[in-house]
Design a protein around this ligand. Structure first.
Ligand SMILES: Nc1nc2c(ncn2[C@@H]2O[C@H](COP(=O)(O)OP(=O)(O)OP(=O)(O)O)[C@@H](O)[C@H]2O)c(=O)[nH]1
Length: 185
């Protein structure tokens, strides 16, 4: 799932299935996930696209109707990071205009093999105006937060009341995310 829309989330509907990755302890791309946001259960249907080696063979139908796309790169793999721009261009062309996009730099636990600095991820995210954080499917760092932030955004959009203060997903992620190297995950 690296260098690709790692997970596309819709709140309901049909979606292609794909086996989840086996070894990491936390699954970024399980099929369904229910997240409780302010007492409301938001069901996310999640599907994983092919990896970078199959870049461009992914049918647009995979993400055309998605309400949210998690774009993952691997912090130990430069080409996965370089692919993100191409994906953002694709998404701009084919995805829903108001799709929620989040950029994730995964494998944050393997700092010894890091080739992409956090700042590079942050800069790219800023350029495209999307929230960013580093994650680890192995330790679970920021994994729940990624889904919670998406669920909060989708819930906010679905039930927005005029007097309700607006939910800013980027501010929320910045305030909640853990940085690699922090002793508390
Ligand atoms: N250390 C570490 N390993 C990870 C992490 N996430 C995935 N891996 C490992 O990286 C390898 C590839 O994981 P996948 O999730 O299959 O990668 P992928 O990019 O989805 O692969 P394709 O979608 O099939 O191209 C596996 O050996 C995983 O166990 C992580 O956060 N930390």
């Amino acid at each position: 799932m690296t260098g690709t829309p790692g997970a596309a989330a819709t709140r309901d509907g049909e979606a292609p299935e794909r086996s989840p990755p086996c070894s990491p302890s936390y699954d970024l791309t399980g099929k369904n996930k229910v997240v409780t946001v302010d007492g409301v259960r938001v069901k996310l249907q999640i599907w994983d696209t092919a990896g970078q080696e199959r870049f461009r063979s992914v049918t647009h139908a995979y993400y055309r109707d998605a309400q949210a796309l998690l774009l993952l790169y691997d912090i130990t793999n430069k080409s996965s990071f370089d692919n993100i721009r191409a994906w953002l261009t694709e998404i701009h062309e084919y995805a829903q205009r108001d799709v929620v996009i989040m950029l994730l730099g995964n494998k944050a636990d393997v700092s010894s093999e890091r080739v992409i600095r956090s700042e590079d991820g942050e800069m790219l995210a800023r350029e495209y105006g999307v929230p960013f954080m580093e994650t680890s499917a192995k330790t679970g760092m920021n994994v729940e937060l990624a889904f919670l932030a998406i669920a909060k955004e989708l819930k906010y959009r679905a039930g927005r009341q005029a007097e309700e203060p607006s939910f800013q997903i980027r501010d929320y992620v910045e305030s909640q995310k853990k940085r690699p190297g922090c002793s508390f995950l």
